[in-house]
Design a protein around this ligand. Structure first.
Ligand SMILES: Cc1ncc(COP(=O)(O)O)c(C=O)c1O
Length: 442
């Protein structure tokens, strides 16, 4: 459970070295982000701190576009990090966006996206979500039930508009090689393939709807590119059959995404180049005039661009174990504490001022919350650690703060900083210490 085995005998997980190389710190003794020392960032902006590197975001987009080729349009999944600065940076780098709430709609629009270019997914869109985003002019709805199609048709008619629709398909076979599957069996996500023909007819028959195509998203942390392409092939088989049998045009095909990025010791890596080549071969066989292809990614674009910095606050011995309490924790980076995983393993964690150190004394690292779940790792050979020493969780640019129970224990939320061109700027202010009172009445 939660063992730091990846550091044993001085050998550490290759994912840590790859993550440091992405940040340009492969051979450095001290962590820098965008050329600025992590210690300097914390001295200026405080701790705990999220730092995002704009150059890494741009590099990730460029690498994915190179791999997938010019025919595939790349969408940023705002849910992975609803930071306005990150979303703006990715828009400027050429990404469209995929949203799942009115809050994400607000972030995407503030980042400069036209509502018409946005695609709105999610199984539980309420009538007020549909009406609000229709009024804003969202261009494509990823519908997840026949019930939602009815509501959208009714609300679009009432608004005197025509809503573009793509049907999210739950294919009968699940996507292998992913950590968290969202299809291939009874699911809240997407419409079972055998029910899709009826839904396509329903859309075509509704004057306030316009059928655009299909969407599929089968799971996150997909490390097996072959399985991803196989899933896309199955979707395209269905698409071809439905077009022939129903006489409909499915012009826009969103193949989903979920490309995997190592988050914990022992995680594999996705072969992006091979995945892209196989996907391009597949798509070439299904081209037609007017067809648009989409891939939507969150973690793959943003995780490697982010670092979560936290400082050592207290240390003590208990039962022969060195317990180190840090100022960050599960309330700010739940995934780094293993929330959402079945077998808990340490995150990609390093000492910011001793990057190449490995194989030291074992320590157990936890945060300030009153739950044993608030623990980054147990028996991690990172010690001895000095009081105030800075630690860094790498690959922290996705599913960080927004995926965390940050109101638990009412600590202030961390600040967020974007580093670009050798300069750091605050892009989310640290929360107020009395923010827990916000909106409350005695
Ligand atoms: C519909 C949809 N699209 C995209 C994503 C982004 O996934 P990832 O960050 O793994 O790329 C998710 C994540 O849950 C999703 O549900």
């Amino acid at each position: 459970l939660h063992r730091g085995a990846h550091y044993h005998a001085g050998v550490r997980d290759p994912a840590i070295d790859a993550a440091l190389a992405t940040l340009g710190c492969a051979d450095l003794a001290e962590l820098t982000i965008g050329g600025i020392a992590a210690t300097e960032l914390v001295a200026t902006f405080g701790s705990p701190l999220y730092v995002f590197d704009a150059a890494v975001l741009r590099d990730r987009v460029a690498a994915v576009r190179r791999a997938l080729g010019p025919r595939v349009e790349l969408l940023w999944s705002v849910k992975a990090n609803p930071s306005l600065a990150v979303t703006s940076c990715l828009r400027q780098a050429g990404c469209g966006a995929e949203i799942a709430s009115l809050g994400e709609l607000a972030v995407a629009r503030a980042a400069g996206h036209a509502a018409l270019a946005l695609r709105f997914a999610g199984p539980g869109k309420r009538d007020e979500d549909l009406a609000g985003a229709l009024a804003a002019g969202v261009g494509c709805w990823h519908v997840e039930s026949a019930d939602e199609v009815d509501a959208l048709a009714r609300l679009a008619a009432a608004a005197g508009t025509r809503a573009g629709v793509a049907v999210r398909v739950n294919l009968p076979h699940e996507l292998g090689g992913t950590r968290l599957r969202m299809g291939g069996r009874s699911s809240r996500f997407g419409i079972d393939a055998d029910q899709v023909p009826a839904v396509l007819r329903q859309i075509v028959a509704a004057p306030s709807l316009r059928l655009l195509g299909l969407h599929a998203y089968a799971g996150t942390q997909a490390f097996d590119g072959t399985a991803f392409v196989g899933h896309a092939a199955a979707l395209l088989d269905h698409a071809g059959r439905w077009e022939r049998e129903l006489g409909v045009a499915l012009a826009e095909i969103d193949l989903g995404g979920g490309f995997g990025v190592p988050a914990y010791a022992g995680d594999p890596s996705l072969d992006l180049t091979a995945t892209g080549q196989a996907l391009q071969r597949l798509l070439a066989g299904h081209e037609r005039p007017g067809r648009r292809w989409f891939v939507e990614l969150g973690r793959y674009l943003a995780a490697p661009a982010g670092v979560y910095l936290t400082r050592v606050v207290r240390q003590k011995q208990s039962g022969g174990v060195t317990h180190v309490a840090v100022d960050g924790g599960m309330h700010q980076h739940a995934a780094a504490c293993g929330v959402g995983t079945v077998i808990r393993r340490p995150p990609l964690l390093v000492r910011a001022t001793a990057l190449q150190a490995a194989g030291g004394a074992q320590v157990t690292l936890g945060g300030p919350l009153c739950t044993p779940a608030d623990q980054f790792a147990d028996a991690l050979p990172l010690g001895p650690l000095a009081g105030g020493e800075l630690l860094a969780v790498l690959h922290a640019g996705a599913y960080g703060l927004s995926f965390s129970p940050h109101s638990f224990l009412s600590h202030a939320t961390p600040a967020e900083v974007m580093v670009d061109g050798g300069r750091a700027r605050l892009v989310r202010a640290r929360g107020a210490v009395d923010a827990a009172l916000h909106g409350q009445q005695p």
